[in-house]
Design a protein around this ligand. Sequence first.
Ligand SMILES: *Cc1c(COP(=O)(O)O)cnc(C)c1O
Length: 220
Amino acid sequence: MIDAVTRLSAVKTNIAQAEREANRAAGAVTLVAVSKTFEAHEIRPVIEAGQRVFGENRVQEAQGKWPALREAFPDLELHLIGPLQSNKAKEAVALFDVIETVDREKIAAALAKEIAAQGKAPKLYVQVNTGLEDQKAGIDPREAVAFVQRCRDVHGLAIEGLMAIPPFDENPGPHFALLEKLAREAGVEKLSMGMSGDYETAIAFGATSVRVGSAIFGSR
Ligand SMILES: *Cc1c(COP(=O)(O)O)cnc(C)c1O
């Protein structure tokens, strides 16, 4: 049986190869293992195999399983990759090291308030809806650069990166290229793009982290 640890190792090999093919430095790309819907006992072997960075898309689900794992493995890094409601900003700031889904003024304000209150500042990325899909979170790409600037100037937030989820039925390359261009214009360094089906492509377009779930943990 192929287990998550075997698949993790294959994904890491593929990332290393994609880095070489894109003339990127070895280790330039961070693997965010997306563990949503999987339980602590399924995640633990992957941590024991050396993986330290994980992504979850729901605050409440993450609160149920990560505090105990963090106690056992203090050097874990947890990313929020799902939509954030402003009434969950407090919990999100308390639990996550990176919040990748800042996409509107109200969230920026709520995060700024919580960061001040808790004296703890997760790293923040702005999510961009590169495909302008109605059902998808993320800011309109035409407003993204100005929004990053407002996060800085109005809310005092240090935005470090951009994140996108291209439409699932389109060639992702143009979406990755757009995100890379917006990051340059906005002056941010981190690019979170690429999932199980397209992470090698995302690395060719400059991803600094890829969010890989099913290729590691199996289908959900
Ligand atoms: C679930 C999810 C992923 C991982 O998707 P896979 O196709 O399973 O790799 C990546 N990014 C986000 C935002 C997700 O919600």
